[in-house]
Design a protein around this ligand. Sequence first.
Ligand SMILES: N[C@@H](CCC(=O)N[C@@H](CS)C(=O)NCC(=O)O)C(=O)O
Length: 198
Amino acid sequence: MLLRYSATSPFARKARLGAAVVGAPLDLQLADTVDPNDTLRQQNPLGKVPTLVTDDGECLYDSRVILTYLDQVSGGGRLLPKDPKAMIATLKLQALADGLMDAGVLVLYESRFRAPEKHEDKWLDHQRQKMARAIEALEANPPAIDGNIGMGEISLACALGFLDFRFGGEWRANHPRLVAWQEAFAARCPLFAETAPR
Ligand SMILES: N[C@@H](CCC(=O)N[C@@H](CS)C(=O)NCC(=O)O)C(=O)O
């Protein structure tokens, strides 16, 4: 399996951690999402990372589909619990952490793709408020510190790592339960440190 990725994408990090958790070997190939000649756009019409090329040559996206695929090919029940209640809780946690990252990516792209005089503060505030509400909700109800490492936990770890990398780790000051949770996650998942963006 080949993962098209970028070293700074928190969504690509999800795919790398998911593969490590289920023990699936993954070849890595950097992708340039702004290069129209990169084959990424043939592999994924959306031109986004992560995109996984399976051993059968099928191209899979996005990170949620990739993690579900990795779970299936490794027998199921590792990244996505089979128990219906636990499955919904995992998917909901993933949706919240992914939504936090989506809002953060939109904030970043405002300065990447628009000149400073065209920045729309109303839009940026709208996205920042989503991020703030998401982090509050996660602090109020973090996953069990020693629970299963599934796609929800992986997404949360990548979201916190993304906040560290792109937003100066400001979240740490007021979210002690998440700080403790992230430390415990890093201790149990060595690839988390290895895949840290820089
Ligand atoms: N929902 C997607 C989000 C992926 C995403 O937003 N990736 C960003 C990098 S962090 C990207 O490829 N951006 C390039 C673009 O939007 O053109 C997933 O879960 O994989």
